[in-house]
Design a protein around this ligand. Structure first.
Ligand SMILES: Nc1ncnc2c1ncn2[C@@H]1O[C@H](COP(=O)(O)OP(=O)(O)OP(=O)(O)O)[C@@H](O)[C@H]1O
Ligand SMILES: [Mg+2]
Length: 456
């Protein structure tokens, strides 16, 4: 049973909402036209969903939203906004409303939004059940695929131990993100996580960077300098792009791993080091071993356990959640702009092969964010070739039977057309009829056919 509270100062509106939503027996509906009473209600108990009109006489939808969020911070509030109040609706979303529905709207739009609100709540609930609340505990790793869930389960199991871990995966799949998650989940989390990019480190600096040097050890060594491994003591040392390490460096690293001790360049003293090593590579290290480019003994030292991150195209369920996450981030960074993807854009994102994985996706979303001309990122804002896609038919309409395809398109047309004209005429049916070139009866017939809710 879901407890839903409906708030609107106009009884008619409330009745329409009630009539529609009461079709679902699992919804337990309460409603009020009294703003003050509404404030008391939202503060007295947590509703599963609150649907409120934005503009009311005594108390505004914003007041309701604030009251609800102050008392129960994870309240879900949907705003219903009238003609020409989009600015305030956007503000409401910034303040924490789940979404807004603009009048006029169809019953389908209402149910879609309500369903989305409930499935979001479910996501939150299941995530926190698993100790993985999206924001706090999943270390910024956004996912929805089974594969990623399994990988994170594995990560959680092995993180607390001390074994060295090799993270493999194509470029941009999130290897560093996973390495950091392992560190944060481990007993070493309060000590440093020190990353080193083996590919970017010149061979002659490798030793002094990792092990440090004593003053005067070589020209330019004017001061004694501890190495990065000393910084990482009791923490995690992340060797990124390990496949780029030269054979000479591999030997030095191996010795350190075996003895768990280092000696600074030019120094005598042995210093004990306690670090867990996580290495990462997008290369095929086994092949490098076979080709004698990588030492087999070092490979086995580093690879007590392998975590392989699948390319994004092999876990397509992650694409949209990650894309939406990046989009929301860009929106936040840009004064809370409110931008979403059009359904065609979402479809194109889902079908793209993403050879550059999450990083490519991030760059593309960033680009589209700045290119899109209004609040919707269109298919054409994405630099993805149009091949094999049909621009006219969305989704799978083209694969339906002739009759169903035609009905589906007709329905879309009628709803879009009519809601546009109702809005243009601020809910005045006579004027709407006139601007559509139809009589009032036909307009009412269509309004009933699609349960369009409007306000005069
Ligand atoms: N599941 C995810 N959710 C959110 N962000 C992600 C996810 N996976 C990767 N990212 C982001 O994508 C970018 C690339 O990730 P990361 O640097 O960890 O990849 P990588 O595998 O180390 O790539 P490379 O091999 O190129 O070094 C980062 O900005 C990272 O935060
Ligand atoms: Mg990396």
């Amino acid at each position: 049973m879901k407890n839903i509270l409906l708030i609107d100062d106009e009884q008619d509106m409330l009745d329409s909402l009630h009539k529609l939503l009461s079709r679902k027996p699992q919804y337990k509906l309460s409603m009020t036209t009294d703003g003050k009473r509404a404030l008391e209600l939202v503060a007295s108990k947590k509703y599963d969903l609150i649907i409120t009109d934005l503009k009311m006489n005594e108390v505004s939808g914003m007041d309701i939203l604030q009251k609800a969020l102050n008392t129960f911070p994870d309240s879900t509030v949907i705003m219903i906004s009238g003609y020409g109040t989009i600015d305030t609706s956007v503000k409401a979303m910034r303040e924490g409303a789940f979404d807004f529905i603009e009048k006029p709207f169809t019953s389908k739009k209402l149910f879609d939004t309500v369903n989305r609100a409930f499935s979001q709540n479910m996501d939150k609930a299941t995530l926190s059940e698993k100790g993985l609340s999206q924001k706090k505990d999943s270390f910024g790793i956004i996912y929805q695929s089974k594969q990623m869930e399994e990988l994170l389960n594995l990560v959680r199991k092995i993180a607390s131990g001390n074994m060295n871990i090799l993270v493999t995966g194509e470029s941009g799949t999130g290897k560093e993100l996973i390495a950091r998650a392992i560190h944060k989940l481990s007993k070493r989390s309060l000590n440093p996580f020190v990353p080193v990019n083996c590919g970017a480190l010149p061979e002659n600096l490798f030793e002094s960077e990792l092990f440090g040097h004593e003053r005067g050890a070589f020209t330019g060594a004017i001061k004694t300098k501890p190495g990065l491994l000393e910084f990482a003591d009791h923490g995690t040392f992340f060797l990124d792009e390990i496949g780029d390490l030269s054979l000479a460096m591999q030997i030095k690293l191996l010795r350190m791993l075996e003895e768990r001790k280092i000696r600074r360049v030019g120094g005598q003293k042995e210093i004990s080091i306690d670090v867990r090593i996580i290495a990462a590579t997008n290369k095929d290290l086994k092949k490098a071993v076979a080709e004698k480019q990588f030492r087999e003994d070092l490979f086995y030292r580093l690879n007590a356990m392998e975590i392989n991150i699948l390319p994004l195209r092999e876990r397509p369920d992650d694409i949209l959640p990650i894309a939406k996450h990046f989009l929301a981030e860009f929106c936040c960074q840009n004064e809370g702009a409110m931008i979403r993807f059009s359904p065609e854009a979402e479809k194109a994102l889902k079908n793209h092969p993403w050879n550059g994985n999450v990083r490519e996706l991030q760059n593309m979303v960033n680009r589209a964010f700045y290119l899109c001309s209004n609040s919707v990122i269109q298919r054409t804002d994405l630099p993805i070739p149009m091949e094999r896609e049909n621009a006219f038919f969305e989704d799978d309409i083209i694969n339906l039977s002739y009759k169903n395809a035609k009905e589906s398109l007709l329905e879309k047309f009628e709803v879009e057309y009519l809601t546009h004209h109702i809005k243009q005429n601020a809910g005045n049916i006579s004027r709407t009829a006139e601007s559509c070139g139809l009589d009032r009866r036909s307009i009412h017939r269509l309004i009933n056919k699609y349960n369009i809710i409007y306000e005069e």
